[in-house]
Design a protein around this ligand. Structure first.
Ligand code: HPA
Length: 259
């Protein structure tokens, strides 16, 4: 099969790439993953629905290692993800589009690495640029060209879920510097870096986090928001995929440290 440069990992509400595609199954040592493969202006791209096409896989049951391994097996070098998030930052109201820039990890019980020692030795991965600066720049530049408005760069805090956070937890997370909260970006972003792939993620704010507004969380209708944002996201991602693949001028492919 032809090697593929780009992948989209679609989060909540994003279940296809928006262009005609073929289904392909990829076998990995962590399990079998189904993806869609499409052509955009001569570039092959792969689309993976993080929660499954029917949204049947909750955040703590996603097979993150199989997903990322499958993308690597297909030859993917650059991953563009989407994530529905809650906002802890009043400057990022419901409906905002944010670019994830860093993360805090509060997950508890997920397999979080490919590095299990043994013959491989004790490997570590650098996290000085978790969301690839090169891809973020491409997203920012393409957003300007296509008149897409990013409200800002956001620090993402990843919780285990599937429950939402308590008000006290959100207060603490705000003090830690979190702007948005979700349940999926970790370990996805880490696993991509462990395999030398560039990874960036666009967050859709679908609610203000617990206690940020009076009363229970008000979730925007994902479907309604999707119809608003899907065109935007398609414009953005397809704008990137229509260009000649950018040479990687980041350190993502060289982030492994041996102690
Ligand atoms: N908390 C955690 N994950 C989320 C939220 C939230 O408020 N909104 C969307 N994903």
């Amino acid at each position: 099969m032809k090697s593929i440069q780009y992948a989209i990992i679609g989060g909540t509400g994003v279940y296809d790439s928006g262009v005609a595609s073929d289904k392909v199954s990829v076998q990995t040592e962590f399990g079998e993953i189904e993806v869609d493969i499409a052509e955009v202006q001569g570039n092959s791209i792969v689309f993976l629905a993080r929660h499954g096409k029917q949204h049947g896989i909750p955040p703590h049951r996603i097979n993150y290692r199989a997903n990322i391994k499958a993308l690597q097996k297909l030859g993917v070098k650059q991953i563009f993800a989407t994530a529905a998030v809650g906002s802890l930052n009043p400057d990022f109201p419901t409906g905002s589009l944010v670019l994830l820039a860093d993360f805090l990890d509060m997950t508890k019980q997920r397999p979080l690495t490919f590095f299990e020692g043994g013959l491989d030795g004790a490997k570590h991965v650098n996290m000085d640029d978790p969301y690839c600066q090169n891809l973020r720049q491409q997203l920012t530049d393409t957003a300007i060209q296509h008149k897409v408005n990013f409200t800002g760069d956001a620090v993402y805090i990843c919780t285990e879920g599937p429950r939402f956070e308590t008000e006290a937890e959100i207060k603490m997370m705000r003090q830690w510097g979190a702007d948005v909260v979700g349940m999926t970006s970790v370990p996805e972003v880490v696993l991509a870096k462990e395999l030398g792939m560039c990874y960036a993620s666009v967050g859709f704010v679908v609610n203000m986090a617990t206690g940020m507004e009076s009363g229970p969380i008000q979730l925007v209708e994902i479907e309604e928001m999707l119809s608003r944002n899907k065109k935007i996201i398609n414009r953005l991602f397809l704008g990137i995929f229509s260009k000649k693949p950018d040479q990687q001028n980041c350190a993502c492919a060289d982030s492994i440290v041996y102690l």
